[in-house]
Design a protein around this ligand. Structure first.
Ligand code: PDD
Length: 286
């Protein structure tokens, strides 16, 4: 039996069900989901999952795109069309489609995808009779920032917070108040001695390609680079600060929270670094 999915108001065969490649769920994991069990064709714990869905959406400032009544009609209709007796319904709501940008888009409309499938409750019962084995794994969820994954929702949320406060980037700091990296770039300060400080790669940060090049360029220019953690407090009294990324190149930072860096204008060292980076990038571009 061909399975039917629901995408943004339309029921269609699963093979034809699709969302845009610019959907925020696909680009940033900027989406929420719920799963209901279906017992004898009826939804279990309907309200519990609905309340949590509303909470998840609220926390991410994604508007609920359907009323409870219309969502319930769709859930039931999908169960009916897929002839589910025992099974599950999966619902995903993303922030919608927009050109890729960490900041929340202004005019997107949430994407709604719902699928349903049968589950063999007899097999599940057999499994329950035997019980299952587990292994222990350290809980480091959201803790592998060294992998360039598209799981960027925390970065998007942080950058959106920056935007709300008239800033365009964030310096993430860890439990010890030490800066890790930026929302979509690596973070640096230049101390009063003229040394560049940036977190070492042992930390939970992305090994930026621009970072590697920047360090080489700094060495060529005779500017010392120390790969060690610096604190938020150190950043606030830095001589200069900047971030690097493939699209930002070397971007001067002139304010950290309420503290103006230097005289509030890009400093001499970062200006030299930016020019040298762009020159080298232009020369080496293939
Ligand atoms: N971001 N750290 C984070 C969290 C990033 O998202 C990026 C890049 C970097 C810098 O990496 P690189 O120098 O290799 O670009 C560091 C890209 C540009 C983005 O998400 O658009």
């Amino acid at each position: 039996m061909s399975r039917i999915a629901y995408v943004d108001g339309v029921y269609l065969p699963r093979s034809q069900a699709a969302v845009s490649i610019e959907d925020r769920g696909f680009q940033f994991a900027d989406a929420v989901y719920e799963v209901w069990s279906v017992f004898g064709g009826r939804l279990a714990d309907l309200d519990g999952h609905l309340v949590r869905l509303q909470r998840s959406l609220r926390e991410l400032a994604i508007p609920m795109p359907m009323t409870r009544a219309s969502l319930l009609i769709v859930l039931k209709e999908l169960i009916r069309r897929n002839k589910i007796y025992n099974g599950m319904v999966y619902l995903q709501i993303s922030r919608g489609v927009a050109a890729r940008d960490h900041f929340f888009p202004e005019n997107s409309f949430p994407t709604v995808v719902i699928t349903a499938k049968s589950v063999d409750f007899v097999a599940a019962a057999k499994k329950a009779e035997a019980g299952i084995k587990v292994i222990t794994v350290e809980d480091n969820r959201w803790g592998r920032c060294d992998i360039k994954t598209v799981g960027l929702l925390p970065n998007c949320m942080a950058k959106e917070k920056a935007k709300e406060q008239g800033a365009s980037e964030v310096f993430f700091f860890d439990r010890d108040g030490m800066v890790t990296e930026a929302g979509s770039s690596n973070a640096y300060i230049i101390n009063q001695k003229g040394e560049i400080l940036t977190r070492s790669l042992e930390a939970n940060i992305l090994a930026g390609i621009t970072r590697f090049n920047l360090i080489d360029i700094a060495k060529e220019l005779g500017i010392p680079v120390i790969e060690r953690a610096f604190s938020v407090d150190e950043a606030k009294v830095a001589r200069e600060a900047f971030v690097t990324a493939a699209t930002a190149f070397v971007m001067p930072v002139v304010q950290v929270d309420n503290c103006v860096i230097g005289n509030g204008k890009p400093g001499d060292i970062v200006t030299r670094l930016r020019a040298a980076y762009i020159e080298k990038a232009l020369k080496s571009a293939i």
